[in-house]
Design a protein around this ligand. Structure first.
Ligand code: SAJ
Length: 419
């Protein structure tokens, strides 16, 4: 039924999805606004880091099953996987920015034909799929859409949120259950038949709005749980209790499953998506909002710990000044074993230390190759050198590399509980 599909947005979700469809014999046209990404993919290479992806893309391109372009082309199904950030304003509750979805919808509208399926995969606020349908209808008054014609519509529309974990995308794309929220029953059924091409998990049908809320709920659940762990970590610090031991003891209860504290919550999903719920119902989402505040405030608490360690060091070493103190920050990525520094609390903390600390600050990030410059003035030091040289050791990310020869020192601030 689906001979040719098109993925709009060739990033962390769109590109792996395109590669997996191509691997299952479907011709895939990948569309992206970035010419450089398009050229890279057409050479059989990739512009993002994800285990197994390079090989999957190379195979798909070599077999002629995957081709990238900046201009949408005719296809039987379109999967929109573009970013949904929030608007950069000073508002207390950030507003979702749907401009990428709008641009993508208007761009594919001219090539739509009767019988086509359009799926929104981007994590979206409730109502975004209906908005997408309106933008498409505005561009194509000659076609009918579910909001006007229901089951008789020419175009089928569904929301099927991506739920894959960065670092495990290729396995999770296949094994995870999918929530499929069609604007009508037939829309859902058509979307299920598309995903069943490769999904081994169950494809569960619901409404578009419920599917949107389900995705936001999953990430908010995780955010609230991590905020609880972060709050516990600060309480335990005051009470002289090891929070990791505490959580592991509590988790032995059959109905308790607390996540792990850290230096804050990063990445482009969990730190963003809860705001989509809060902005839709600010008065009724006090807990979700408070979790964001707790997690956003955690880096400041960590920075304060560093300041206290500096003060203590100076008190015990009266002949030294702050200039003599070397601080090492271990890990810059937003989580373990990835190289992604987007919205990384670790990077934010490291930069803040560099801005106030007059001595040397060493940054260790084993997932960034060589001695590359992240930004002007930021260079990477090796783990061994930092371990030997630093007076104060701040562990920010639980990368595997830090778990072998651990740091032993009087001045350790371990935000992940691995030392
Ligand atoms: N973190 C903690 N403690 C924990 C777990 C995570 O502090 O116990 C921190 C991490 O260090 C990181 C942040 O939370 O800074 C987010 O990491 P993550 O591994 O929880 O999640 P992401 O952002 O990589 O991916 C999430 C996943 N959502 C859920 O697990 C509910 C993924 O399945 C989604 O597809 C993805 O968001 C997304 O795209 O929305």
């Amino acid at each position: 039924m689906f001979k040719r599909i098109s993925t709009i947005g060739l990033g962390y979700i769109g590109l792996p999805t395109a590669a997996v469809f191509a691997k299952h014999g479907i011709e895939v046209i990948g569309v992206d606004v970035k010419q450089e990404a398009v050229d890279t993919i057409n050479r059989g290479e990739i512009h993002i880091v994800e285990p197994g992806l390079e090989e999957a893309v190379k195979n798909a391109v070599e077999k002629g099953k995957l081709r990238a372009t900046t201009t949408p082309e005719d296809a039987d199904a379109f999967l929109i996987a573009v970013p949904t950030p929030f608007k950069k304003t000073d508002a207390e509750v950030p507003e979702p920015d749907l401009s990428y979805i709008e641009t993508a919808s208007r761009a594919i509208a001219p090539v739509l034909k009767k019988g086509d399926l359009v799926v929104l995969e981007s994590t979206s606020p409730v109502g975004a799929t209906e908005k997408m349908a309106e933008w498409l209808a505005e561009e194509r008054p000659d076609l009918s859409f579910p909001q006007a014609k229901g089951e008789e519509s020419d175009i089928r529309i569904a929301h099927c949120p991506e739920r894959v974990l960065p670092g495990h995308v290729l396995e999770e794309l296949i094994s995870n259950d999918r929530v499929i929220g069609g604007m009508t029953r037939k829309c859902s059924e058509l979307a299920v038949s598309l995903y069943k091409t490769f999904v081994k998990g169950e494809c569960v049908i619901t409404s578009a709005r419920t599917a949107e809320m389900a995705k936001l709920t999953e990430n908010s659940f995780r955010d609230v749980n991590i905020a609880f762990a972060n709050e516990l970590s600060m309480i335990c610090d005051m009470l002289g209790i090891d929070v990791w031991e505490l959580i592991s003891l509590s988790n032995r209860h059959p109905r308790v499953n607390i996540l792990q504290p850290g230096p804050g919550v990063g990445g482009h999903c969990i730190a963003v998506d809860p705001w989509f719920i809060v902005s839709a119902a600010p008065e009724r989402s006090k807990l979700i909002q408070m979790a964001r505040v707790v997690n956003n405030d955690k880096p400041e608490w960590v920075i304060n710990k560093v300041k206290l360690a500096i003060a203590d060091f100076l008190q015990k070493n009266p002949s030294k000044t702050t200039k003599d103190i070397t601080i090492a920050c271990y890990g810059l990525a937003f989580k373990a074993n990835v190289d992604d520094i987007r919205e990384s609390p670790a990077l934010g903390i490291a930069k803040s230390i560099m801005s106030f600390h007059s001595g040397l600050t060493l940054l260790v990030e084993p997932n960034m190759k060589g001695d590359i410059n992240l930004e002007a003035g930021i260079t990477i030091t090796s783990y061994d050198l930092a371990r030997k040289k630093a007076n104060i050791h701040l562990l920010l990310v639980d990368h595997d590399e830090f778990k072998g020869d651990i740091v032993l020192s009087e001045y350790i601030i371990d935000t992940r509980g691995i030392w």
